[in-house]
Design a protein. Structure first.
Length: 201
């Protein structure tokens, strides 16, 4: 091979140089959008959307109330059993979280009363049923993450028709984040002690 041709082969082409220059350009990381908590008014409106004249509506209202009050992760809600809940004063729920760590979370008297009404109506307070899931679907199986998310978004969408500032789709962790923010805002939300679940200012 002629020396000139050897030199041309060894020298990087203009296309290769351009490619290397492109690869050297630092990639700009997409900035994460700040998670804005829902307002008290938005939470109150969402909690008022279930049709509590129906059994499924009363179940959904209880789930939404429980999800907000406990600030639990959605999978933690799904994994709860009836025996994990203390309905007598002081009401609380034993939650198994990440790393198999257990924590006891107090719940408001209104939440406990609503939950007790729901479990009584479902005939689920008998001792032999204490091992059953706290919240079940129509097939008698425990709710899944997708099921809880569907319920939340169903009523978020209904609330957004009334108040367009409320997103039609709300990830369950936003309820957890919202409750954490509301804890620092005194007075906090007070949940009504009777169905339908409502929020009083």
């Amino acid at each position: 091979m002629e020396p000139r041709r050897v030199a041309n082969v060894l020298q990087p082409s203009a296309h290769l140089l351009n490619f290397q220059q492109i690869l050297a350009i630092p990639v700009k990381r997409a900035e994460r959008k700040a998670i804005n908590p829902l307002t008290k008014e938005a939470i109150a409106l969402i909690l008022r959307q279930p049709d509590t004249s129906t059994l499924s509506g009363r179940r959904d209202a209880t789930i939404l109330c429980f999800l907000y009050d406990t600030a639990a992760r959605v999978q933690e809600i799904c994994d709860l059993r009836i025996e994990d809940v203390r309905l007598d004063y002081p009401a609380s729920v034993k939650i198994l979280g990440k790393g198999r760590k257990t924590r006891v979370v107090p719940i408001l008297p209104a939440t406990a009363q609503n939950l007790k009404k729901y479990l009584t109506e479902m005939h689920m307070l008998a001792p032999e049923k204490s091992h059953l899931p706290l919240f079940m679907n129509r097939n008698g199986q425990k709710l899944t993450r997708a099921g809880v998310t569907y319920i939340l978004n169903k009523y978020a969408k209904a609330a957004s028709v009334i108040d367009p500032s409320i997103p039609e789709k709300i990830p369950p962790h936003l309820m957890r984040h919202t409750k954490a923010m509301h804890i620092y805002d005194i007075p906090t939300l007070k949940l009504q002690t009777y169905m339908p679940v409502q929020v009083l200012q």
